[in-house]
Design a binder for this molecule. Structure first.
Ligand SMILES: *Cc1c(COP(=O)(O)O)cnc(C)c1O
Length: 246
């Protein structure tokens, strides 16, 4: 054994953490939606379930969770057969082109399309399966070397190319801003994302829609909603601290 599981929370503890937090987070999402003059129903709480045991995830789904997002292809594949129905499944992690075949057709939305090449691979796989895959374009809003995603200035040109692909349909944008200790610092990044989102909406690019904006995590989902997010990806605040990171 590695040290990974030292101090790991038990399944019962994680279920209890979910029980304690789910209503509170739902209420905070609703309040933030109202502050930005939107209907709470228009905001999706997507649970980031990486490293969380499938038994805990299923418990959460049985108790009202309606959307989950996984990060790792292998982890998703190993959990998938055991997942209870009742929540839509999204893929939110970094996706390599050679692994796309394991994800296409299995999730409702892929958040993390970071290159034209990946979009082409997803499109080709989708065409072979006779489906169209909904995707978001990932934007590297902080311009960080360590992160993938399109630079804000590259998004429109790439969207124009990607929207010509028959097997994918771009429904919006996703971002992971730089890690910081203060959620207010990310407000500027969220604002920039929203402006880009509106800008693209105004261009009305054929065979795509700009309706989903996926941004905000445990520490900053309220700020993200205030600035226009309609999907927030929340892990730790729902299930407790992760004891190993992915
Ligand atoms: C893990 C993860 C989240 C959630 O992070 P928390 O800080 O635990 O809420 C959101 N988005 C992505 C892409 C993630 O990998």
């Amino acid at each position: 054994m590695t040290e990974n599981t030292l101090g790991e929370l038990t399944i019962a503890e994680r279920k209890q953490i979910f029980d304690e937090n789910f209503r509170d987070i739902t209420d905070r999402i609703a309040a933030a939606a109202k502050r930005s003059n939107r209907n709470p129903k228009d905001i999706t709480l997507l649970a980031a379930t990486k490293t969380i045991d499938v038994e805990v995830i299923n418990y959460a789904i049985q108790n009202g969770l309606t959307a989950i997002g996984e990060n790792r292809v292998q982890e998703f594949l190993s959990k998938e057969p055991h997942l209870t129905n009742g929540a839509v499944r999204h893929f939110i992690g970094h996706l390599q082109s050679n692994k796309a075949k394991d994800i296409v057709g299995r999730v409702e939305l892929i958040h993390s399309v970071h290159s034209l090449k990946l979009a082409k691979v997803i499109s080709d796989l989708s065409i072979k399966k006779g489906i169209v895959t909904d995707i978001l374009l990932e934007v590297n809003i902080g311009g960080e070397d360590s992160k993938s995603g399109f630079a804000p200035t590259e998004v429109i040109d790439n969207l124009v190319e990607i929207s010509k692909l028959q097997g994918v349909f771009v429904r919006g944008l996703m971002t992971i801003p730089p890690i910081c200790d203060n959620s207010e610092k990310n407000r500027e990044y969220f604002k920039e994302m929203y402006n880009l989102f509106l800008d693209i909406q105004g261009k009305k690019i054929d065979n795509s829609s700009m309706e989903l904006l996926s941004m905000g995590m445990s520490d900053d989902f309220e700020v993200a909603i205030e600035e226009g997010a309609n999907i927030v990806r929340v892990g730790t605040a729902l299930f407790g601290k992760r004891f190993y990171s992915l």
